[in-house]
Design a protein around this ligand. Structure first.
Ligand code: ASP
Length: 343
């Protein structure tokens, strides 16, 4: 029987058109997609194109404007329709796609159907584009393969959602997962790494109310002042700080005011998670004396979490009412494949 896939269009380049102000969301996307896919329907293919239905955000967004509440909105739209479809595709802007993919992986745990997030660097409305292939391949993947997790499909790569990052701003191979192997590669053939996929579980959905002020980030840089951290944490809404330090997790520890500021925040219950500015690799807080300082003041090493996974996981745990002690203990214990198990 033909599989039935829901496409949820949230916005992004894939459905945009040119305007005097640059690309803007295009109201005619649904009709355009239907015309383009009609031509594909009759084409020969080893894997058939499934049937699909498309629903849209009432207000399509450029994903640069995405808010944490949008993760709940997307999650809710999928959960409400979970039993009616064999799989789901979320069309999304590339700018914050990795955040949404990570957030959805925490909202939709133990899933038994594919949720594939895709978009494009060039709109479907343009003659030369990457939109049609990204969408058609996502449909084929969702309709023909058992992929029980939240993924990003983009330019021939199937990636675990919560391991993905946007790594290129103007090339078509815009996404990668620097700390985890690709789940699949699509060239002449579709090759999935089945042994890497999450095991199908029993879906358990959690739709918390996110507080956009709860998590903040600070990248260290030569000359950073404690004032920067103090200003960032100057609100009782802030429950967690992601520190992006150098290399394997090293801060400028000679800056005693900075370290004191971090220690004060940690002592009053702000969870401080240390990640690396590097593209690839893990945090080992203690490989250098500079990093070891952070162990002494209660900063948690962020393992190999991407910035996006760290950010959305902190939001998810906070929105679920977890206290700082629980979060510090559990932030680097994988919930759904987002980081390597800590030994
Ligand atoms: N600014 C766009 C967005 O994220 C970029 C894209 O979709 O590629 O919505």
């Amino acid at each position: 029987m033909k599989k039935h896939i829901l496409i949820l269009h949230t916005g992004g380049t894939i459905g945009m058109c040119s305007s005097a102000q640059g690309y803007v969301p295009d109201d005619g996307f649904k009709a355009l997609l239907s015309t383009r896919l009609q031509l594909q329907q009759s084409a020969a293919s080893t894997h058939p194109l499934p049937d699909y239905e498309l629903i849209e955000f009432e207000q399509l967004i450029d994903s640069s404007n995405l808010m944490p509440a949008d993760w709940s909105k997307i999650g809710q739209m999928l959960i409400e329709r979970w039993n009616d479809y064999d799989g789901f595709i979320v069309l999304h802007g590339t700018d914050t796609m990795a955040y949404t993919a990570s957030a959805l992986s925490f909202i939709l745990q133990g899933i038994d159907k594919p949720v594939i997030i895709t978009g494009s660097q060039i709109p479907l409305s343009e003659l030369r584009n990457d939109a049609l292939d990204n969408l058609v391949t996502s449909l084929i993947l969702a309709g023909n393969f058992a992929i029980p997790e939240v993924c990003i499909y983009f330019n021939g790569r199937l990636l675990r959602g919560n391991r993905s990052r946007k790594v290129k701003s103007s090339e078509l191979n815009a996404f990668d997962s620097p700390n985890f192997a690709w789940l699949g590669q699509v060239g002449i053939h579709i090759e999935l790494q089945y042994e890497l996929l999450l095991k199908q579980g029993t879906p358990h959905f959690t739709l918390p109310q996110f507080n956009p002020d709860a998590v903040v980030m600070a990248q260290v840089y030569p000359g950073i002042s404690a004032r920067v951290i103090d200003a960032l944490l100057d609100s009782d809404q802030v429950r967690a700080l992601i520190l992006q330090s150098y290399g394997v997790g090293n801060p400028p520890d000679k800056n005693q005011a900075l370290i004191a500021s971090l220690e004060r925040a940690s002592d009053r219950g702000v969870v401080i998670l240390n990640t690396t500015q590097c593209y690839q690799g893990s945090v080992y807080q203690g490989a250098y004396a500079t990093g070891e300082t952070l162990n002494r003041i209660g900063v948690i090493p962020g393992s190999d979490l991407t910035l996006e996974a760290a950010f959305t996981k902190l939001h998810f745990l906070i929105a679920n009412g977890c206290d700082p002690f629980y979060i510090r203990e559990n932030i680097t214990r994988p919930l759904c494949g987002e980081c390597s198990p800590v030994h």
